[in-house]
Write a protein that binds this ligand. Structure first.
Ligand code: ZN
Length: 423
């Protein structure tokens, strides 16, 4: 490959190589047997471009950051031939392998063998294949103002290990990029694989022609946000149903999670979940918070802010009665999250039983239980943690049948009004 004056990438004979050129590439594609019992039989995911002929994935690594990498290469700051030096990048703690990794249909949206590639795909790496990790495991300390407050008021006591004297929480954190096995994704959606490939192709403006031209490629590296898991206590205990597990599966809400916006309960749910997870670790149990980049019910922040305006400007003000309706008017759907892929992360950790699930969402609960994980207790946050302007959301969700620890109050439902825009 070389570059002409306009910076366009061309092959050595001067042509842009279309990945759909059947005669160019089919013969050397590295086989993938998704549910195989060992990494050697399963085969490494090749989503890199150093040897196009061997690619067995559609798309490229890094999820939504793939476009930034392209921009960086385009601007001349990043060599497109860079191969990562993976020395010392191994996980701080090994996760699995668990039986769920190779149970057909159990995991379809991430690569369970994507963490310790130095070990799992040693031979392939030694043979020069450009195999990239899609999962990374490291250690961290968290400082959360709400948790510090709980330490101050004595609700949570430092133990010097999981909760440090200065209020920091010790965690193992795991980043997971999406790796989609298309036949498995289609099965979850209860549609045919061809139909799934067609719709993704069309709705991304033809971004991935191989969805149509290369039915032999079963893996898609979708350009979507990744997932992060925070583990409190021993990560190995996640797979032991005899050790109590406190868990929250959280979908991103940047406005609340990061900026403290008071229109919803996302940050209170997240920080309360973190505190309970840390408290579990202190008791010799284990805690797990999984954070999914599915902003605004996977509709995105622009749609979300439009909905806020529509809610607050409607006749009669922002009310629980019209809460879901306003989202549907703007977005065309109440929720685009499709929680059916969410439990894959839990199965990556080998989770079989969640003793304390911190969530109001029936979609999440149904999906977790439907995937074969037992849920013992469901918990909502204490009422005093719900911000005043988030009462509209909470009342609407309770009335719609979301899980709650508290009684449904018809009068409160009828009377609740959110803040006006100009207030
Ligand atoms: Zn929110």
């Amino acid at each position: 490959m070389d570059e002409n004056n306009s910076g366009q990438t061309k092959s050595s004979n001067g042509h842009i190589v279309l990945t759909s050129h059947r005669e160019q590439i089919f013969s050397e594609t590295v086989d993938i047997n998704w549910d195989a019992k060992s990494p050697a039989e399963r085969g490494p995911i090749i989503g890199t471009f150093t040897e196009n002929q061997k690619r067995n994935a559609i798309g490229s690594h890094s999820g939504s950051y793939t476009i930034y990498r392209a921009l960086s290469i385009a601007s001349g700051h990043f060599s497109k031939d860079h191969k990562p030096d993976l020395h010392n990048t191994n996980p701080t703690v090994n996760i699995g392998p668990h039986p769920s990794w190779t149970e057909p249909g159990k995991i379809v949206s991430l690569d369970p063998w994507g963490s310790n590639v130095n070990e799992f795909f040693k031979k392939d790496l030694e043979a020069g294949l450009d195999v990239r990790p899609t999962i990374a495991v490291t250690q961290a300390h968290l400082t959360i103002p709400e948790v510090q407050e709980s330490i101050k008021n004595g609700t949570l006591k430092p133990d010097g290990n999981f909760v440090k004297e200065n209020g920091e929480l010790k965690v193992t954190k795991v980043a997971l990029e999406p790796v989609w096995y298309l036949p498995g994704i289609a099965e979850r959606l209860k549609i045919k694989e061809g139909e799934l490939r067609n719709i993704i192709y069309q709705e991304t403006g033809g971004m991935f022609p191989e969805l149509i031209t290369r039915p032999d490629l079963k893996i898609l590296l979708p350009p979507i946000g990744s997932t992060t898991a925070y583990i409190f206590g021993d990560p190995k205990d996640l797979a032991n149903p005899d050790v109590e597990l406190t868990c929250r599966v959280h979908d991103e809400c940047n406005g609340s999670d990061v900026f403290g916006s008071d229109i919803c309960t996302c940050r209170p749910y997240l920080t309360y979940g973190i505190e309970q997870a840390a408290a579990a670790a202190q008791k010799g149990q284990v805690g797990l918070i999984v954070y999914f980049r599915k902003e605004g019910r996977a509709l995105g922040e622009v749609t979300k802010f439009l909905v806020y305006n529509a809610r607050k400007r409607q006749e009669g003000g922002d009310s629980p009665e019209t809460y879901f309706q306003r989202t549907e008017c703007v977005a065309g759907v109440q929720d685009a999250r499709f929680q059916e892929l969410m439990p894959d992360v839990l199965h990556f950790f080998g989770v079989k039983k969640i003793h304390h699930l911190h969530s109001m969402s029936n979609m999440k609960y149904d999906s977790i239980v439907g995937s074969g994980i037992e849920v013992v207790n469901r918990l909502s946050i204490p009422g005093h943690l719900v911000p005043e302007d988030a009462q509209v959301e909470i009342q609407a969700k309770k009335a719609a049948g979301y899980f709650t620890d508290e009684d449904i109050d018809d009068q409160k439902f009828a009377e609740t009004r959110g803040r006006k825009l100009e207030e």
